[in-house]
Design a protein around this ligand. Sequence first.
Ligand code: IVH
Length: 671
Amino acid sequence: MSAPKDIVKKVDDLRERINYHDCRYYVLDSPEITDAEYDRLMRELEDLERRYPELVTPDSPTQRVGARPVEAFGTFRHAVPMLSIQNALNEGEVHEWIGRVHRTLGEEGVRYSLEPKLDGLAVELVYEDGLLTLGSTRGDGHTGENITENLRTVRSIPLRLMKHGAGVPSLLEARGEVVIGRADFDRLNEERRAAGEEPFANPRNAAAGSCRQLDPRITASRPLTIFIYGIGRLEGTSVGKHSELLDYLSALGLKVVDRRKVVETAEEMFDFYNELLEVREKFPYEMDGLVIKVDSFARQERLGVRSRSPRYILAYKFPAHEGTTQLNDVIWQVGRTGALTPVAALAPVGIGGVTVSRASLHNQDEIRRLDVRIGDTVVVQRAGDVIPKVTRVVASRRTGREKPPQVPKECPVCGSEVVFAEGEVVPRCQNIACPAQVKGNITHFAQRTALDIDGLGEKLVDQLVDKGMMEDPGDLYSLKREDIAALERMGEKSAENLVKAIDESRSAPFARVIYGLGIRHVGEHVAQVLAEEFSGVDELAAASVANLVEIQEIGPIVADSVCRYFRDGHNQRFLKKLRDAGVRMTAGKRPVKKNIFSGLTFVFTGGLDTMTRDEAKSLVVSMGGRASGSVSAKTDYVVGGKDAGTKLDKAKKLGVRIIDESEFRRMCDLE
Ligand code: IVH
């Protein structure tokens, strides 16, 4: 039975009204009807949809929380990378930035759009012909996670855009910050404590954690909201200024901050900054600074982007939060290289909404520099965000009973001797079998940027090592599912997932394997350099210091460390385990990322450094894109190499996005 016309109309009408009231309530914070009236509309719609299921559409307000839990998130490649923002920490740095802007644009008439920098999770929402088709996290800026089902549950995210003037844009990639308000955060944590669950450390973690739930029903139960602050691609309309863009996005029903302003001078920026700083603690959402954007898009284009951040945006950060408390003790933590690092054990103190009871003291030099003693009153900073640190001692509170912390003579974990190697400021536990080192090595090996073995949390690693099941990360490959399942807090399913993740790690890219080995001084970047230079781990192991220092970017310290690593018998046994387990330790061919460029047209101009233009073109084609010889309005990207000529000018005129070679390589996942 197909639905009668009047029912179709009624359903449409109800949806439009509900969407309108959702916008009044969740986006504009000014409801027009009572909750009871709203519930009545919703029930009427649900009732009609039950009777006429063929009328249910994905953008119906009844369909926010439909989906079942997912196994894992897929990835999503941002068509336009989501870059970061350059920070300024004082007025001088803001002046410097303005100076640079003026040098490119001239001093006359540059206007700046000001808005608060909210602290949450950066996401992108894709609207095609007004319909929300995808939602993703920022991820590494190029590739994020597809969290569409979760973002659909956020009530301030419209499932369908409101019509505005000529209608809706054919394509809109809206970007914004998902946040949890302070009051909601407190309530959420209270509920969690009451339910015996671990409370969230701060609203940002709560927002990010809530968005990354595999079960969208959990996300739906969290008080999330979004503020849109920018875009990726926008098609089917044109806007000339950032401030107009925000008005336009707001007219489409997207939530943008009210507190924003367009100004011309540094003084006006500082005034607005101080205004925000004054209301910072009262503001319903956590903010960590002021974002300053050159307002005109044409001017933004002229300023261009640096590798990681645009030159036309600056974040003038608020000072780090500080608190004063007592230093109860200094604990020495043993890292994966055996290094002992001092950690301050503090009398718990609330800083910026978070209870802090541990803080970093970096190393012994820092202890000396601060002249910090056990029993002191200290100032603790929650810098930027993550790890709090002790920044100074309140000397006037000294009683004379304070005691300088001592470096232990024995490793606090395994009891073996602690040694200061020559020329090193860091004391180290010398026992490579020290459980703390073994655990650190395993965690390092399994981390996302190394072998990416999901599900190997700290508690699990503790058990595996403490029960004698592992001596080094190579033992991961001989773990049996039933042995893992028998451990505390593990079940059949999680054991199975872990075994699968371990299995998959056998084919991790070579650079990540090198990084995962945990060679001192070999970070992610150096590992990448080595992976490009050597065909496999055997060739790398055979290289001499002299061979290694010939490579650009490899200095004597790294070279020496690499050679030492492969000479060490313990490491050789570990490598043998990896080899026996079938872990791929050769460069091999990169898997081609299929179709990430589908629908995109590239034009190359000028000379490239790392490949010929023809190679670049076939790369684009192999990833589903088109490579063209001439620039037109249909071109999506112009890749400018050395001595690029008139094509660049044309691209600028047409407003086509211009990128450099390294940006292009990143898009192809070559960097
Ligand atoms: S514009 C080039 N505007 O800050 C990046 N970002 O530290 C363009 N953020 O990842 C971003 N409030 O998640 C912009 N009003 C605002 C923002 C904002 C918060 C976040 C954003 C970004 C991070 C960079």
